[in-house]
Write a protein that binds this ligand. Structure first.
Ligand code: TXE
Length: 477
């Protein structure tokens, strides 16, 4: 399957005619090729967005909300196709692609359509004047997305960006181009005005040409922390508006008064959803000493009962890792854990489903006995690997949870909601769940602190990020 760039409403080859292979994570086979776009392609796409801006930004919010609704309807009609392409491209289980990726991609467009339709101007009255706050588009947006939740994250950016009157250039991950291509086909099918949404495929070169392009006004990036720091540097000379959603090393804190059965289930899901390749995954499990042994036994049983298999099988719960390089990174951390004195309670070796020996497979891995300062316990592995630790007191749990450069998310498991809220407010992070995980209300802010990023998206935070407030002050007399 060869995908093309989408510029000014047309699917086009890269100017250089350079291409790269796209591999299936589960079989290792080449499933297609993508343009390795260069500066010229990026410039062409940015110019298309610049040209489309005057018309698109002049539309009323209600008209743009209707466009988002049309995109949502068209995406919804291709629900199964989205799920299949996402599983083929990422190696994730088809059940997950349906329940999370395809579902959220549709609801992102519907949700922001509703928000933009309901948008009201804020007014501040003075004794002798009235202030009206108008939310204006920022201009041309660069939207850069990773491989773990391809269309889920791309739609999370495209919908509010164009909804608020910006035009955009998207640069999806070179490892997962297929559903981004499908979104461009949807955009063509609904007849969105040309140039409002453009897309260039390619690697970090295309990404950096885009973020540093002088006519790009805003950058929304989701990806690794090291790349995020390069993106911030390239955006800074022109003071581009910047939102960075980066890595995490999130703690799941299990108190002795938790509901054990629900906690084991929730912590397993939070550790291994999408093979642990979600920035919100709980990869450090902190368990109160008095229930440590019981919890570990049940948790390991629960992990071992997960079905690893062909992503296209309905019964599969764990699929393949995204790439050979990523698998090597995960394997490196498992061997490092052993050097650091960790014991592998389960997993630690590849677990290859029948007929898929060239894919990128790793059994879900639980490591105990590591110091909570060790590298494996503090660095982002981003795979099916968790470390498990004991704590004696609330204070110690908080201290361990905060002992990392990241601050994205976390979860707390307890029968005492007051304690849950108290501990949650002491964790230096952007999001934290009590007795649940990845339970998202799209109106709530999403993003992290420390090395997990800058800014928030979600609900009115997205609308704020993708707009510039203009204060109009009208003197009454
Ligand atoms: O992501 P990259 P990678 C973490 C995870 C993973 C690590 C590296 O720990 O192991 O990051 O993953 C584009 N300027 N996360 O290398 O490189 C790139 O083409 C502009 C966490 O796959 O950050 C892709 O479109 N763009 C994360 C996007 O950036 C650049 C999800 C992300 O790729 C660029 C994924 C540059 N200089 C990985 N270089 C999360 N927060 O969920 C690359 N890109």
């Amino acid at each position: 399957m060869r995908v093309l760039n989408y510029i000014r409403g047309e699917f086009v080859d890269p100017k250089s005619d350079f291409w790269m292979d796209n591999f299936s994570p589960s079989s290792g086979e080449v499933i297609g090729s993508i343009p390795l776009s260069g500066e010229g392609d990026v410039d062409n796409a940015v110019m298309a967005a610049v040209e489309a801006l005057p018309y698109w930004s002049s539309l009323r919010p209600l008209e743009r909300a209707e466009w988002l609704e049309r995109i949502a309807d068209c995406l919804e009609s291709k629900f199964e196709e989205i799920a299949r392409l996402e599983s083929l491209d990422t190696g994730k289980p088809i059940s997950l692609s349906r329940s999370v990726d395809a579902k959220r991609s549709v609801s992102n467009f519907r949700f922001f359509s509703g928000m933009i339709r309901d948008l009201e101007e804020e007014v501040f009255e003075m004794e002798d004047a009235t202030n009206i706050v108008k939310l204006k588009p920022v201009g041309v947006g660069a939207l850069i997305t990773p491989w773990n939740l391809p269309l889920y994250l791309l739609s999370w950016k495209v919908a509010p960006a164009i909804g608020m009157g910006n035009t955009v250039v998207c640069k999806p991950s070179e490892l997962t181009p297929l559903t981004a291509d499908l979104l461009m086909k949807v955009i063509e099918e609904v007849g969105l005005p040309r140039g409002v949404v453009n897309l260039v495929h390619g690697d970090g070169m295309a990404g950096s040409s885009l973020t540093s392009h002088p006519l790009v006004d805003l950058v929304s990036f989701t990806g690794g922390t090291e790349t995020g720091s390069k993106v911030a540097l390239s955006a800074s000379p022109k003071f581009k508006k910047l939102s960075l959603e980066l890595g995490g090393k999130n703690a799941s804190i299990v108190f002795s008064d938790c509901d054990m059965e629900k906690t084991v289930e929730g912590v397993t899901r939070s550790a291994f959803l999408n093979q642990g390749q979600v920035c919100l995954c709980g990869s450090r499990i902190l368990v109160e000493e008095s229930i440590y042994d019981d919890f570990v036994e049940l948790f390991v049983d629960s992990v071992e009962s997960m079905v690893i298999g062909d992503p296209m099988d309905d019964s599969t719960e764990l699929g393949a890792l995204i790439s050979k390089e990523h698998l090597k990174k995960v394997e490196y951390y498992i061997s490092l854990a052993k050097e650091e004195g960790g014991q592998i309670l389960t997993g630690g070796t590849p677990c290859v489903p029948k007929g898929l020996s060239n894919g990128n497979w790793m059994a879900p891995t639980v490591i105990a006995g590591l110091d909570h300062n060790s590298r494996c316990s503090t660095e982002e592995i981003f795979g099916p690997v968790v470390t498990i630790h004991r704590f004696k007191s609330e204070d110690q749990a908080i201290k361990i949870a905060n002992n990392t450069r990241y601050g994205l998310a976390g979860s707390i498991w307890t029968g005492d909601l007051e304690k849950g809220e108290r501990v949650a407010s002491m964790i230096h992070t952007g999001m934290i769940w009590v007795n649940t995980w990845l339970h998202r209300d799209l109106r709530a802010p999403f993003g992290g602190v420390k090395d997990s990023g800058v800014g928030r998206e979600g609900g009115r935070w997205s609308l704020g990020f993708f707009s510039e407030p203009l204060n109009v002050c009208l003197k009454n007399d």
